[in-house]
Ligand binder design. Structure first.
Ligand code: ZN
Length: 185
């Protein structure tokens, strides 16, 4: 299986390639790619692209914040946006277990976010519902939540369970952590 950070880096690379090939002229400065030549071409899809830029910015900022908190010695960010995952992993590889688990959760959540940003909503399908443990999550764009389609899996108000990507990532990484511990004993 592909590692989450590789998958996340790959989709972030795709996103930033998308951004670069669809230049934006919006007023928002791009803090991360700012060192590169400023695009001047006006593109019809600018509003959507600004969302992509915001998404990339937020991704990098979150990882940078996490990494510098975990390791104040972490140096400057790498020049290529997708290399931020490697940079983060390298600078936190000796961090305590819980700090590394937090990183894995962020990376996994970002991997899901990148996929959904590119329209790949099927990315939630292989994840088990944290409540009923079955497969069958369905992404609902309008509410930005994954809904459990198991008819018997309901909240106490009789509604389908709805999960944020953060909650799913947290559950997924917890599960993996547990299975690692089981294998180790
Ligand atoms: Zn469920």
């Amino acid at each position: 299986m592909r590692r989450d950070d590789e998958a996340a880096a790959e989709s972030l690379a795709e996103l930033s390639k998308f951004f670069r090939s669809h230049p934006v002229t919006g007023p928002a400065g791009h803090s991360y790619i700012a060192s590169e030549a400023r695009p001047t071409r006006v593109h019809a899809g600018a509003p959507a692209n600004l969302t992509v830029v915001d998404h990339i910015d937020a991704t990098v900022a979150e990882l940078a914040d996490y990494t510098r908190q975990a390791n104040p010695e972490a140096g400057t960010l790498p020049p290529r946006v997708e290399a931020v995952y490697e940079w983060c992993a390298e600078n936190t590889k000796n961090a305590p277990q819980d700090v590394q688990q937090r990183r894995d959760t962020i990376v996994y959540r970002q991997h899901l976010e990148h996929a959904i940003a590119m329209g790949d909503t099927k990315v939630v399908r292989p994840i088990r519902c944290p409540a009923c443990r079955t497969l069958g999550l369905f992404w609902k764009r309008e509410i930005s939540r994954a809904i459990c389609t198991n008819a018997r899996c309901l909240t106490k108000d009789g509604l389908s369970h709805r999960w944020t990507l953060a909650r799913l990532a947290h559950a997924q990484i917890e599960d993996r952590q547990k299975s690692v511990r089981v294998r180790a004993t």
